[in-house]
Write a protein that binds this ligand. Structure first.
Ligand code: GTR
Length: 328
């Protein structure tokens, strides 16, 4: 064999190797996640991909890109719909602009508590929501937890709606949340999650709202030390797959993916419960001022225009609200 032919053989082998890598890489499902790698959502998503890989004997593989490196949630929802990313865990709050039916879970105080939310989402209502999402290209595989969201800010404790007066709060991308803050007398600005820390620090906003784990994992507690237990939103999160990616799977692989998602949700809920306690301890040790809100009725009463706005825009929500209320 001449030097030349050995060289071309080597080049051929390299090209073959590269082609393999490319095709393997394109077969790997890409997952979007906004959270840091040790967050309950992130650990559960890693469990999901490892179960899928193991149970499919490696025919389906996936990797989750944590920390929001693939962009903000509103962009990622659109990316998922067109197959730019294959799976993701989305908070249902910013889902409303794409799936109007999803706005029902973004109605403040719609769920009595976390257990009630689980009973609703794990029952027939969850299936109804999945159907609405599938019509928009999103296959809901399982429901994750994200606790209850409360207001926090840099200025003062909130005990009554009047305490929001003159304060500017970041909200997630959904006009219902703008309505929610404005109905309480505050100002609201939709903003990407990743921008909140800097905006709190520089005074672009005075506050935001979130659950204990996100308040802690983002370090927002270091710059906005008044956390008031309004618990106005209990939002489920969805482990979703792009319908385009889902439709490419064999029936057997679909079953494997679905089962892995459900198993990962069980883990996520366990991790969530522990992290909520731990995060609260961390922020309290970090010196935040927490107050319970003794009387939540004025906050709840102020939400009437938000419910009205939602139902006027999407009349079927009247039925969905009744569905949720009918679950004990
Ligand atoms: C978190 C949630 C994220 C994101 C974030 C936010 O609690 O898990 O998906 O929605 O809140 O406020 O944007």
């Amino acid at each position: 064999m001449t030097f030349m032919s050995r060289k071309s053989l080597f080049a051929g082998a390299l090209a073959f190797g590269a082609a393999l890598t490319v095709s393997q890489a394109s077969a790997e499902l890409r997952g979007w996640n906004i959270h840091v790698p040790d967050y309950p959502v992130s650990v559960a998503m890693d469990k999901f991909t490892s179960l899928v890989e193991e149970n499919s004997g490696g025919s389906v593989t996936g990797k989750t890109y944590h920390g929001g490196v693939l962009g903000s949630q509103p962009d990622a929802i659109n990316q998922l719909r067109i197959g730019g990313i294959d799976f993701a865990v989305f908070n249902m709050g910013p889902m409303g602009p794409i799936v109007p039916e999803a706005n029902v879970v973004s109605l403040p105080f719609i769920f009595k508590d976390m257990d009630h939310m689980h009973r609703v989402m794990d029952g027939a209502f969850g299936d109804k929501m999945s159907t609405a999402m599938e019509d928009k290209g999103l296959v809901a595989l399982a429901w994750y937890d994200s606790g209850a969201r409360s207001f926090y800010n840099t200025v003062r404790p909130i005990n009554t709606p009047a305490d929001l007066d003159g304060l500017k709060f970041r909200v997630m991308n959904n006009e219902l949340f703008v309505g929610m803050v404005e109905s309480l007398g505050g100002n609201a600005t939709p903003m990407a999650f990743a921008e909140v820390f800097q905006s709190l620090k520089t005074g672009v906003i005075d506050g935001a709202e979130n659950n204990w784990p996100s308040y802690e994992s983002t370090n927002h507690y270091e710059v906005a030390g008044y956390y008031s237990g309004s618990q106005h939103l209990i939002l489920p999160e969805c482990l979703c797959m792009s319908k385009l990616s889902w439709d490419k799977l064999s029936d057997g692989d679909k079953e494997i993916v679905k089962a892995a998602a459900v198993e990962s949700a069980t883990l996520q809920r366990e991790l969530w419960a522990k992290r909520a306690v731990k995060s609260r301890e961390i922020v309290e040790a970090g010196g935040i001022t927490f107050n319970e809100i003794a009387d939540k009725a004025p906050f709840q009463d102020a939400m009437a225009p938000v419910y009205e706005m939602a139902v006027t825009k999407t009349p079927i929500l009247a039925e969905y609200i009744a569905d949720i209320k009918a679950v004990d």
